[in-house]
Design a protein around this ligand. Structure first.
Ligand code: HEC
Length: 450
């Protein structure tokens, strides 16, 4: 059997990655970095002001940090690996070749983080007197390790959009310390803490009945707000100025919103955060539940949007100027056009289009070059061929495929011969009219198993 190409029908492969990645970002940034920072600063303030109740809040948070990081955090972390390697093996393969040691280091850092977290959680009662300060220091080191995981991963993620000199030198450090590395890392750091404040203010607002304690907790949070909100704005603008113009132009498109709505929603969102931060600073004991609720929802929406944009603006590439979103390396384009895509595909059991295998060959081409973004059927009607190809004929589609990248610059150019292009068109027209042909799927599955 060759390397399997996995198709998540209806939902779409891109959406599958986005779902797991968004949950992972909420946990890895919001909880592992952000809530850890809040928890440790509550403990610090509690020790300083001899406020045992405040330390109690930190202690309760530590239980949740431990549970969530070691379950959802670890599972979605591995989940990203799994889902990206089955969906887009070529891209993850290239990244692994460039960043092997970074990933190795990431693993060591994550293990250290978990060990520190376990020490932190299990020594609340046993470390007394002066040792409580050490407990708090362990928490600080834990926060640093949580941040180190982001420091490493950000090098890899930002290189996908701005590989910089790496495309010429192929040097690890050129890729890692790429042009958007520092602004991305700063942006993510501030986001992590603000996300944590947004996520836990609502439950704390409801659960802490004692107004005096609530005031103390929110006072600590408002110090963080004063750092993170300006931090996000400054690093965000810096980031936008460092990405390629073509990518910046795709931002609003990536959200799927009309420009006016985009602008209005973002102004409202920012205003909401400013009101929230102001309220927390001035009347911390009286922050309205509804406001904490609105902030919770807004921050979740923002993270989902941020991940979506970060992935979409890179189009048509997955690694900018180096590899297209469908895993075709830019340098192979001409070769595939001349010698055929199937002939070079590690995944396709069919190597050549013939008179009898046109539809099967078309299916392999669809799996190889289109499923990163498209489905046959599905909830995203703009991308589901059953909806998009209504009224198209085979010849028209074959012609269109030759110009994919010109008509819609976020699509990669088709990489294959004329026969392959016609086979793809024939397959797509057939399945978009008749649904997924089970005989064909069966034939192709049998071929896969050989
Ligand atoms: C990087 C993602 C991506 C890849 C890869 C991709 N497409 Fe698309 N394609 C899109 C998006 C997004 C749209 C919808 C654009 C819109 O209407 O907003 C689209 C739209 C289309 C349309 C409708 C165009 C129109 O003008 O009505 C066709 C046809 C199409 N794609 C064919 C293909 C084929 C065939 C492949 C594989 C060879 C492919 N695409 C690969 C992202 C992609």
């Amino acid at each position: 059997m060759n390397y399997p190409v996995i198709e998540f029908p209806w939902l779409g492969n891109g959406m599958m990655i986005a779902l797991i990645a968004t949950i992972h970002v909420i946990v890895s940034h919001g909880i592992a970095i952000g809530v850890t920072a809040l928890m440790v600063s509550l403990e610090y303030r509690g020790l300083k002001t001899k406020n045992e109740q405040l330390i109690g809040v930190a202690r309760r948070l530590s239980k949740w940090v431990l549970i969530i990081t070691t379950t959802v955090g670890a599972m979605t972390g591995v989940g990203i690996w799994f889902v990206t390697s089955v969906i887009q093996p070529d891209s993850i393969g290239s990244l692994l070749r460039i960043f092997f040691w970074a990933w190795f280091a990431e693993w060591i850092v994550f293990i250290t983080e978990v060990v520190l977290l376990i020490i932190y959680y299990y020594t609340w009662d046993t470390w007394k007197g002066e040792k409580r300060k050490i407990h708090n220091r362990i928490g600080m080191v834990l926060g640093v390790f949580g941040w180190l995981t982001a420091m490493i991963i950000t090098g890899i993620l930002s290189a996908k959009l701005t590989p910089g000199k790496w495309t010429e030198t192929l040097s690890f450090w050129n890729a890692f310390l790429n042009p958007t590395y520092v602004p991305s890392l700063a942006f993510r750091t501030f986001i992590a803490v603000l996300l944590a404040v947004s996520l836990i203010s609502l439950p704390l607002r409801i659960m802490i009945k004692d107004a005096k304690l609530r005031k103390e907790v929110f006072k600590v949070f408002s110090v963080w707000n004063a750092i993170t909100i300006p931090g996000i704005l400054i690093s965000g603008i810096w980031y936008l100025l460092s990405i390629p113009d073509e990518a910046a132009d795709l931002i609003i498109w990536a959200t799927g919103m009309p420009e006016d709505l985009f602008t209005i929603l973002h102004i409202v969102g920012l205003a909401l955060f400013l009101i929230f931060a102001f309220w927390m600073a001035v009347k911390p004991e009286k922050v309205p539940v509804i406001l904490t609720f609105a902030i919770f929802i807004t921050s979740m929406a923002f993270i989902g949007e941020f991940e979506g944009i970060r992935e979409s603006v890179r189009k048509p590439y997955v690694i900018y100027n180096y590899m297209y979103a469908n895993g075709v390396a830019a340098q192979d384009l001409d070769k595939f056009k001349e010698e055929g895509y199937l002939a070079h595909s590690a995944a396709s059991p069919i190597k050549e289009v013939t008179a009898d295998n046109q539809l099967e060959a078309g299916r392999e081409l669809y799996k190889g070059q289109c499923i990163t973004c498209h489905t046959v059927d599905g909830w995203r009607t703009k991308r589901a061929f059953a909806d998009r190809l209504d009224g198209w004929d085979e010849e028209g589609l074959a012609g269109y495929i030759a110009t994919l990248h010109e008509t819609r610059p976020f699509m990669p150019p088709f990489a294959g011969t004329d026969e392959e292009r016609e086979a793809l068109a024939a397959y797509l027209i057939k399945v978009s009219n008749e649904g997924i042909d089970t005989d064909l799927t069966q034939a192709s599955a049998e071929a896969d198993n050989k």
